[in-house]
Design a protein around this ligand. Structure first.
Ligand code: 3HC
Length: 311
């Protein structure tokens, strides 16, 4: 081991954070750029499914809450792109990789939002799954990412609560409203479990990411944590999760649950999900339409810099 490698490993072993100015293996840097950029892409593209319902919120309060949540996601994306930039890549570079289809974003955002209940289910299940994953990432060995997670998790908790509250209102409403909530959960339950990634045995990066303490809990263990947390919440709502194999296993101390459709997962990850094409083309159009803002901001910054030089 070189002295650099020894110092890096000593920092990892002693639970010290790796900072952007520290030496790090190229592979550590590369997988962090990949994961943090894809996390940022997910936050930004994740604005589309919910943005789709802002103009159709059932009340001014619901509209205000949903707008606040969607704006939060934009902020999470920008925060995470900033964390990516500490690793030596620019925001434009990773956004271009997304637009070229060379970077991924979370599979969950490739499903359509068909009813208002989906706003509740996304908050409850999707943000709930994101929190389960992100709380783990607050212990990530890379300092900027772990600190970004601390702030983001605080806002995610509001996201999850507002979603659950939407479903509580629907489940205590008319029969039609409760049926809308049940239909929504039927459509989003399994894609939410897929958010945690493939089984550990099929995970490309988990072993190395665990060794580098980027990942502290495996995909399957996080998924199990999420199921164990969520089933009692569904019971309280009076909703049935669409899995006939779901049942408490006293011996394991966890819920057993059915098999995930990994063909569906990989089809969606590969770009063949219900909304992949719309999501990416909308993202690219928004990026192109916003070029003038970026150019104006850059021109203003350059002018300010020249003024400082002259002064
Ligand atoms: N969607 C799309 N791709 C996925 C995926 C998913 N749900 N799960 C795994 N993959 C991809 C991985 O990116 C990897 O492909 P790549 O090598 O081209 O990047 C491949 O499948 C193999 O998966 P691995 O388990 O080996 O990959 P990771 O070790 O990166 O683990 C992960 C996957 C658990 C998603 C991890 O990347 C992670 O923790 N990412 C950060 C959290 C994140 O991105 N969350 C997305 C949701 S953000 C969100 O929900 C916002 C909320 O506010 C609504």
């Amino acid at each position: 081991m070189t002295s650099h490698e020894e110092r890096f490993q000593a920092l990892i072993d002693s639970e010290e954070k790796i900072e952007s100015t520290d030496w790090m293996p190229d592979g550590y840097r590369a997988t962090l750029i990949r994961q943090i950029a894809q996390h940022a892409h997910s936050e930004v593209i994740g604005m589309q499914p919910e943005g789709n319902w802002i103009t159709r919120a059932p009340s001014l309060d619901r509209k205000a809450i949903l707008m606040a949540k969607v704006q939060d996601e934009a902020g999470h994306g920008l925060y995470l792109y900033s964390a990516t930039e500490t690793l030596g890549v620019t925001r434009d570079e990773v956004v271009e990789l997304l637009h070229q289809g060379k970077h991924k974003y979370s599979s969950i955002f490739n499903y359509p939002t068909l009813s208002w209940a989906d706003m509740g289910t996304i908050g409850w299940l999707v943000d709930g799954a994101a929190i389960t994953n992100q709380v783990m990432l607050t212990r990530c060995s890379y300092g900027p990412y772990s600190r970004a997670m601390v702030r983001i998790c605080k806002e995610e908790s509001f996201h999850q609560r507002q979603g659950y509250e939407i479903l509580l209102a629907l489940c205590r409403g008319t029969d039609e409203q409760k049926a809308m909530a049940q239909d929504s959960v039927n459509r989003w339950w399994w894609p939410s479990l897929m958010m945690f990634g493939p089984h550990d045995s099929a995970s490309t990066h988990s072993e190395q990411s665990m060794n580098w303490k980027i990942k502290r809990v495996s995909n399957d263990d996080l998924r199990q944590q999420f199921v164990d947390m969520t089933v009692p919440q569904a019971d309280y709502l009076g909703l049935t999760l669409p899995d006939p194999d779901l049942q408490w296993n006293e011996e394991r101390g966890h819920y057993d649950f059915g098999s995930i459709d990994w063909d569906e997962f990989w089809q969606v990850v590969k770009g063949n999900g219900p909304m992949n094409r719309e999501r990416l083309s909308h993202k690219i159009k928004a990026w192109d339409d916003g070029a003038w803002v970026r150019e104006a901001a850059a021109a203003h910054a350059a002018k300010q810099a020249r003024k400082k030089e002259v002064a």
